[in-house]
Design a protein around this ligand. Structure first.
Ligand SMILES: [Zn+2]
Length: 146
């Protein structure tokens, strides 16, 4: 119910009629609108964007070939694909940190072959690729044999 009132305040839902007892009566349209809002939010649209899309839908009623939703869906798709790329990088780095047996971040910072991009910020060109030696070094650190 708090959500409904929030949507009302944001102009996504019309204020409902009230019964004599003061209870709010939502028309069945409100239920459909709620489903639309939830679905659009799940696709990554903000409430403001959903409101704008609904607004466009209302204004161009009868003119169903509006390109607004298509345009926004494509923009959202680009955003989502960028996020996937970023997340894939994070995923790969985490996998490398696990398989490279990273143990201590300070130690990682001093290990040129560490897969974590700690030193990349400063010495991108000097860091040799690969990390097979890193694993050995971490092992040595853990077991104390140097
Ligand atoms: Zn490391």
């Amino acid at each position: 119910m708090e959500t409904l009132r929030y949507y009302e305040r944001r102009g996504l839902l019309e204020r409902p009629e009230r019964t004599l007892g003061g209870h709010r009566v939502y028309p069945s349209e409100a239920v459909t609108l709620l489903r639309i809002i939830k679905t659009a939010q799940r696709l990554g649209f903000s409430l403001t964007e959903v409101g704008e899309l609904l607004d466009v839908a209302t204004r161009r009623h009868g003119q169903r070939r509006s390109t607004e939703l298509q345009t926004r869906a494509k923009t959202k798709l680009v955003e989502v694909e960028q996020k996937i790329t970023e997340l894939t990088t994070i995923r790969n780095t985490l996998l490398e940190a696990i398989s490279g047996e990273c143990v201590d971040l300070l130690d990682c910072a001093n290990t040129p072959t560490c897969p974590l991009p700690i030193s990349e910020l400063f010495t991108a060109e000097q860091v040799p690729g690969g990390h097979p030696g890193h694993r050995d070094k971490h092992r040595d650190d853990v077991t104390g044999t140097y």
